[in-house]
Every structure is written in C-alpha cells, then in structure tokens.
Design a protein around this ligand. Structure first.
Ligand SMILES: Nc1ncnc2c1ncn2[C@@H]1O[C@H](COP(=O)(O)OP(=O)(O)OP(=O)(O)O)[C@@H](O)[C@H]1O
Ligand SMILES: [Mg+2]
Length: 372
C-alpha cells in the first residue's frame, strides 16, 4: 500500500529528477545546485528511499545541533556515506535489472558512426522532454516504445545504454533468460515487477533484449508455448497501462524482426521501428577509431584502409579485430610498444565478417514489408 501511494505520488508531481524531489519533499528550502552531489549518489533510489534519506539526515542534524537553521545537503551525503539508507533497486538484482550506474560510461561517441540511427533515437527520446511545450501544442505524445532490429553486434544494446545515459534515465534490462529463469519464479510476475520498478525510477528505459526469444510470433508455427503467450499479454497490458506522463520508454531489440508478434507493433506500443544496419565505410572508420583509441598504433597503419577492407564487419567484429591485433603484437614480441599493419592483417584472417548478403536480404524484405 505504501509503495502504491508513493508510486501515485510521483505520477502527480511534475518533477522527475531526484534533484527536484529531494528539496520538494523536504520542508526546508535549500539551493537546488547543492543537490547535484546527492543526486549523483542516489542511483537506484526510489521516492520512498529519498524520503527516508531526508528523515535520517534531519534526525542526524537535529541530534547534533538541536535546530534546523543551517541544514544542508552535506547531511544527506553523510547519511549516504554511512549507508544508513540504501537504494531499493539493489545491485544484487543485476541479473534481472540493471540500474543506471551500469551505463553511465556509455556515451554516443563510443559508438562509431550510425549517425542516422542516433539521430532518430534522440528525436524519439530527447525531443519530448526538451521540447515539451511544442509537443503539447501539437498534441503529440512521447513515444512509448522503440523496436531496433539488425544483425548481431551492430550496437543495439550499446545504443540503448547511450540513450539511457543521455536522457539521464534509469536503465532496466531484461532478456528471455532472466524472464524464464527458474530462480526468479513466475515470468509474468518478473515482467510486472520490471514495469513497476521502471515507473518508480522514472524517467526510465526498459530494455527487452532479444525480444523474439521472449515472445515469439503467435501466428507463426514457432511452437510458442502458453507461457510465452502469457508473457506477451503481460507486456502488452503493461505497455498500455503506462501513462503518457510517466516517462517510461520501452526499447526492444531483435535480430529476427519477422518473429515478432504484430500486436507489439501497434500504435502506442513499439511504434518506432528502426533498422540498425551493419556499419558503412564511415561508421567502420569511426568504430575503428573508438576501439583503437587506447592502442599504440604504428604510423604505418591507416585506419581508412582498414575501414575499406572490412566491408561486412560489424562494430563487434571490428572491436574483436582491434583486440586480436593487439594480442598478435604481444605474441610477436612480449615487450611490444607498437602495433604493426601485419598484426591487423593476421587479425582479419582470424576474425571474419559476420554479416552476409543473405542476412541483408532478409532484413530488406522485412523493411519493405513494414513500410507498406
Ligand atoms: N558502431 C560501433 N562502434 C563501436 N563499437 C561498436 C559499434 N557497434 C557495436 N560495437 C561494439 O560491439 C559490441 C557489441 O555491441 P552490442 O552488444 O551493442 O550489439 P548488439 O546489436 O546489441 O548485438 P546483439 O544483437 O548480438 O545483441 C559492443 O562492445 C560495442 O562496443
Ligand atoms: Mg544486444
């Protein structure tokens, strides 16, 4: 009951950021920017945790000084440092749920190229917040869901993490292994739990990785079991239940868009469908830059040549190529301080492109079908 109350109270308050919740709930006006440190230290905190934090800090302060005249955010920090109040969204739950601090280091720049996809993602998730007034004026609602599809290793997961970071959203991720894990019990309950936590932690992004494995196509003869259908219904119900004011975005990723039930793609659900293609020349060049940033490359290495020679390689393949080249360099000389072109040549013999024409044709067919 208490949780529902708090949940309802976030929905009502206009504020989403913890920075705003803290002073709002405290009866003492404190300068906003002092709260940045507190906000940074409260990943995984839900509103009730923040209220408990406030109470504890107040208690600590009153015990020491007997009045509230110079109460400051430092007192929150002190309570946090002593772990008197702990986040409800705990780290131990990472199997089911990853909260924001897992993703704070993934930046847009860590993903080479893919400018079109990045732009579209930002429009979907950043614009409704940034241009709230304009959206309201045109009667537009923030999108509730995005489906990203494309070959393995093209950066779908990484893009979603970057999106969570750039929109300062909590990141809750689920894959079919977690949903159907016997350790977490009832699959539908796990789904409901995740949506509940996402509402509590909003703004938030729920990421369904490999959604095709979680909820197969009902019509296709995929042998999708009863439990899969119930999981699908639960997801649909929960998505329909998200209020527009809640700032919960669902992002799903798949390599098999043809396997996804059409019901998930109705308006108001995963209504933005975007293809994450294997990287073109420019994106490959950028990806190579990203993954060789830390490597001591010999002057003879021209990344532009490498980018040209790696048609069909995904971002993940290129990451492996760079790692393998560094290993080769070590194998040749354990005291190496330069990676030579031959290290890369050998690496490319070992790491082969993972995208082929047949795969691309498959995605093209889906694209054509979904445009109609
Ligand atoms: N364009 C890119 N630039 C730099 N690194 C990339 C790029 N694309 C992918 N990578 C790297 O490849 C690895 C795999 O990426 P990621 O897990 O995001 O792919 P994915 O599309 O989710 O794959 P899957 O479909 O198998 O889940 C990551 O370590 C990521 O850094
Ligand atoms: Mg992935």
């Amino acid at each position: 009951i208490l949780f529902d109350f708090y949940e309802a109270s976030i929905g009502k308050s206009e504020s989403n950021g913890k920075q705003e919740i803290l002073p709002h709930d405290s009866s003492h006006a404190v300068k906003q920017n002092d709260f940045e440190l507190v906000a940074a230290k409260t990943a995984g905190f839900i509103v009730s945790d923040l209220i408990a934090l406030h109470r504890e800090a107040q208690f600590l302060y009153q015990r020491t000084y007997g009045n509230m005249q110079t109460f400051s955010p430092d007192h929150y920090v002190k309570v946090l440092e002593e772990s008197i109040v702990r986040p409800s969204l705990q780290k131990e739950e990472t199997n089911v749920i990853n909260v924001i601090d897992e993703v704070k280091d993934v930046k847009w720049d860590d993903i080479g190229g893919l400018e079109e996809v990045k732009k579209k993602l930002r429009q979907c998730a950043e614009w409704p917040v940034k241009y709230k007034a304009q959206f309201a004026q045109l009667g537009l609602n923030a999108p509730r869901g995005i489906l990203m599809y494309g070959p393995p290793g093209t950066g779908k997961t990484t893009l979603t993490k970057a999106l969570a970071r750039s929109t300062k959203s909590a990141f809750l991720s689920l894959n079919s292994a977690a949903v159907y894990s016997p350790y977490f019990g009832d699959a539908e309950k796990t789904i409901r739990e995740v949506f509940k936590k996402a509402r509590l932690a909003s703004p938030s992004i729920i990421f369904f990785d490999e959604i095709d494995a979680m909820v197969g196509n009902r019509s296709a003869n995929s042998g999708s079991s009863g439990v899969e259908q119930r999981v699908l219904s639960t997801i649909l119900n929960e998505m329909d239940g998200i209020e527009f004011t809640r700032d919960v975005l669902v992002v799903a990723a798949t390599n098999r868009p043809d396997m996804i039930d059409a019901a998930l793609m109705r308006p108001g659900r995963l209504d933005y469908v975007m293809y994450v293609p294997p990287p073109d020349y420019d994106s490959r060049l950028q990806a190579l830059h990203v993954h060789s940033r830390q490597l001591p490359l010999s002057e003879e290495i021209d990344l532009r040549n490498l980018a040209e020679q790696t048609d069909g390689y995904t971002g993940a393949d290129l990451e492996s190529v760079c790692r393998e080249a560094a290993m080769n360099s070590l194998r040749h000389n354990i005291n190496t301080n330069k990676i030579e072109p031959k290290d890369f040549e050998e690496a490319m013999c070992k790491v082969l492109p993972s995208v082929n024409q047949q795969m691309l044709d498959q995605y093209r067919r889906f694209q054509e079908k979904s445009v109609k």
